[in-house]
Write a protein that binds this ligand. Structure first.
Ligand code: SF4
Ligand code: SF4
Length: 78
C-alpha cells in the first residue's frame, strides 16, 4: 500500500511533500512529483502538507485516479 500523487500536482510542483517524507521516496518527474509505492511507509505526512490536496492513499483513490498509481510505478521502473 502507498500514497499516490494525483492530477492537482501537475504543473503545481511546490514540493512541500518532498521535504517532509521520512523515507525520501518522493521524486520529481517531468510533469508532476511521484511517490515510490515500494518504499512509501503510509505515514501520511506528505498528504498533510500538500497545498492542492493532490495526495491520496491508494485505497481512497477514485476510479479515474488509479492511472496515477500506474504512472508512479512506471516512473520508478524506468
Ligand atoms: S506538495 Fe502536492 S503539489 Fe506539491 S509537489 Fe507534492 S504532491 Fe505535488
Ligand atoms: S505517506 Fe509518508 S512515506 Fe509515503 S510518500 Fe508520503 S511522506 Fe513519504
Amino acid at each position: 500500500m502507498a500514497f499516490v500523487i494525483t492530477q492537482p500536482c501537475i504543473g503545481e510542483k511546490a514540493a512541500e511533500c518532498v521535504d517532509v517524507c521520512p523515507v525520501d521516496c518522493i521524486a520529481e518527474g517531468e510533469d508532476q512529483y511521484f511517490i515510490d509505492p515500494d518504499i512509501c511507509i503510509d505515514c501520511g505526512a506528505c498528504q498533510a502538507v500538500c497545498p492542492v490536496e493532490a495526495i491520496y492513499h491508494e485505497e481512497e483513490l477514485e476510479e479515474e485516479d488509479m492511472a496515477f498509481l500506474e504512472k508512479a510505478r512506471k516512473f520508478y521502473s524506468e
